[in-house]
Design a protein around this ligand. Structure first.
Ligand code: FE
Ligand code: FE
Length: 188
């Protein structure tokens, strides 16, 4: 499916703020792809579709994952919001006709990352965090600069800060976020 058509469908599917965020991730991922030598079109597809399952109700997310044979662990069961990434990858393929495994991987791993991410996965992970509509966090200026100069450094920084913020709050941390940080922490 063409980017334009997907954009039209998502504009109806997502609320105004989520759609603005989605467009922000699309063009930020494209810019990062230019700087780091990734495929620009793939970055745009992954950015545009990364939150395509976000508007689905939580109980429905669990039901759909079970229906499509996607695993749901205990942490995801109590925080179904976490499922929007893997469900999004599934919908990108089944509804939005994206077959490219690189794009699907970037959608699937955009929230937690994973050890040894591909370039495209890192780009979407970071674009999701730094796109211009994002709430301005203390570390934002630094992370935005790092994103264009030292991508692994930006990944490390975002994971570290995410674990710090989430650790303090009530939101559950997906264990994969920690695993990803352990990997990137020592990567120099
Ligand atoms: Fe997301
Ligand atoms: Fe997002």
């Amino acid at each position: 499916m063409e980017l334009k058509k997907i954009g039209k469908l998502l504009e109806k599917e997502l609320d105004y703020k989520r759609f603005e965020h989605t467009k922000g991730v699309e063009y930020t991922a494209a810019s990062l792809a230019m700087v780091h030598g990734a495929d620009i079109e793939k970055a745009m597809y992954a950015g545009l579709l990364h939150d395509c399952a976000k508007a689905i109700e939580d109980s429905e997310k669990i039901k759909l994952c079970e229906k499509y044979g996607l695993s749901v662990n205990d942490i995801e069961r109590s925080n179904p919001g976490l499922l929007h990434a893997k469900l999004g990858a599934y919908l990108a393929k089944s509804i939005y006709e994206v077959d490219d495994p690189e794009i699907l991987g970037a959608i699937e791993w955009h929230t937690t990352g994973h050890p040894g991410m591909t370039l495209l996965e890192k780009i979407v992970f970071i674009a999701d965090y730094i796109e211009p509509n994002r709430k301005h966090l203390d570390n934002m200026d630094e992370v935005r600069k790092l994103a264009f100069t030292d991508l692994d450094g930006a990944v490390r920084r975002v994971l570290k800060d995410t674990l710090t913020y989430l650790g303090e709050g009530t939101k559950a941390v997906d264990p994969m976020t920690k695993e990803t940080y352990e990997y990137y922490k020592d990567l120099k």
